[in-house]
Design a protein around this ligand. Structure first.
Ligand code: ARG
Length: 459
């Protein structure tokens, strides 16, 4: 395929260098958006009298035909083209002749590619937000079913206090809500048109940059042409949001992996989202959750690749920046795939309340409630804490639990203990009474559920 830059050159690019230089294999996924940008640009060129109306009409019709043929599969992407921009322009000129050669007036591939990435990622961000919504719905559904299911809350992975399983799951919906909104923010900030920055310095033509931005449903234009073609901070911003999403998914998956171990037995994954072992017939492995956890590193890597690739680059465009797409598209695809797996995995996961209850009965997770009982009877909390600590040590030595201590035993530690201590340390009471705003009590779980549903309804 003939290069866009012939003229100055006497010799062809070395074949291996040509292949090394090409980006079509990666940037072909922007083809629709490349054409969308060209349609807006060509219409503006005609409206401003920069190219004849008849040429613009031929360009618009030609680009429309290319879009149709790409959609129907009649036109395959030519991987011999250097990049997607070259492919579209060459195909257009092949179809409509010289008019096609006028499309690139008052434009450079530098502002063109900066636009294409923004348009592509804007759409990707919206799609990802929808995926997050589906996962939030799956978590909320399980949380609603288990608003009253008592389980163990941990700190340091040590049994800490009784909570409801619904409360635990809703913690993740809060994180994912913020992630969805971070995606929205990133999409809004990138939705500014660099087109018209041209190679780096703007143009001598009387263009209408704001009109083009409006036609592309963008919220304005980059006001400095060097900035318009130089920065990829919007890729970094999206990648950092994607890294945060993966961090959250990996924590959720880690918990699911623990929960479906024999040691916990809190949940069982559906057969459709588990795999077996090639040698151990008894195994049911949480491979999907593990893979999501594993792919987190890959998305962190994409973020680091972007930051490192941009670091120290002089203004304006440098070819290094071609590497941006591979990293950000990989991050987008990976997160999309992970969210797409996490949602049905959570939705179909079977919860084992009886095992949660069994775990909650051990580990003295009502010890704080015992201390609170004494404190509410007038003992300073620190003294109540100490007395309860001594009771726990006594129980461990005697092989007892707070529930099986006799009242006489309790009273050896404090005269404040009365018969009502048993109600105070009863697990479902402990949970019911954690009714502070945002606490683990079922009433608070329902409040959170309503909040989450309302927020995602606005997405
Ligand atoms: N394929 C290039 C990229 O992705 C397009 C821009 C090329 N610009 C240039 N001056 N060579 O960055």
């Amino acid at each position: 395929m003939e290069k866009l830059w012939t003229g100055r050159f006497h010799k062809q690019l070395d074949a291996a260098a040509d292949d090394f230089n090409a980006s079509i294999r990666v940037d072909k996924r922007m083809v629709r958006h490349d054409i969308e940008g060209s349609l807006a640009h060509a219409a503006m060129l005609a409206a401003k009298g920069i190219i004849p109306a008849a040429d613009a009409e031929a360009i618009l019709a030609g680009l429309g035909g290319i879009l149709d043929d790409l959609a129907s599969g009649a036109l395959p992407i030519d991987l011999a083209a250097e990049d997607v921009h070259t492919f579209v322009e060459t195909e257009l000129t092949r179809r409509i002749g010289d008019a096609g050669k006028k499309l690139h007036t008052a434009r450079s591939r530098n502002d063109q590619v900066a636009l294409d990435i923004r348009l592509t990622l804007r759409e990707d961000a919206a799609g990802l937000q929808n995926h997050i919504k589906t996962l939030i719905q799956a978590l909320a559904q399980q949380a609603e079913e288990h608003a009253n299911t008592i389980t163990v809350g941990y700190t340091h992975l040590q049994r800490a206090q009784p909570i409801t399983f619904g409360h635990h799951l809703l913690a993740y919906t809060m994180m994912l809500l913020r992630d969805g909104e971070r995606l929205q923010d990133a999409a809004a900030r990138m939705n500014i048109s660099p087109l018209g920055s041209c190679a780096l310095a703007g143009t001598t033509y009387d263009t209408d940059r704001l009109g083009v931005a409006g036609a592309l449903h963008m919220q304005g234009v980059c006001l400095n042409s060097l900035d318009g073609v130089s920065d990829r901070d919007f890729c970094v911003e999206l990648a950092s949001t994607l890294a945060i999403i993966m961090m959250h998914l990996s924590r959720l998956c880690e918990e699911i992996i623990l929960w479906c171990s024999w040691e916990f037995g809190f949940v069982e994954l559906d057969d459709a989202y588990s795999t077996g072992s090639s040698i151990m017939p008894q195994k049911k492995n949480p491979d999907i959750a593990e893979l999501i956890r594993g792919k987190t590193g890959r998305v962190y890597g994409d973020l680091l690749a972007l930051l490192t690739l941009l670091k120290g680059l002089p203004l304006a465009y440098n070819k290094d920046m071609q590497e941006d797409k591979e990293a950000i598209f990989d991050a987008v695809d990976t997160v999309k795939a992970c969210l797409g797996m996490a949602a049905p995995m959570v939705a179909t996961m079977r919860v084992r309340p009886e095992n949660m209850r069994k775990a909650a009965a051990g580990g003295f997770i009502n010890a704080t409630d015992c201390a609170d009982y004494l404190a509410k009877k007038g003992l300073p909390f620190r003294s109540a804490y100490k007395a309860t600590g001594e009771i726990v040590a006594y129980c461990i030595a005697q092989g007892k639990t707070l529930e099986t201590m006799t009242l006489a035993e309790y009273q050896q530690f404090s005269a404040l203990f009365e018969q009502d201590v048993y109600a105070a340390i009863e697990l479902s009471n402990c949970v019911l009474r954690r009714n502070s705003l945002g606490g683990a009590a079922p009433e608070q779980v329902y409040m959170q559920l309503a909040y989450v549903k309302e927020r995602i309804a606005a997405w």
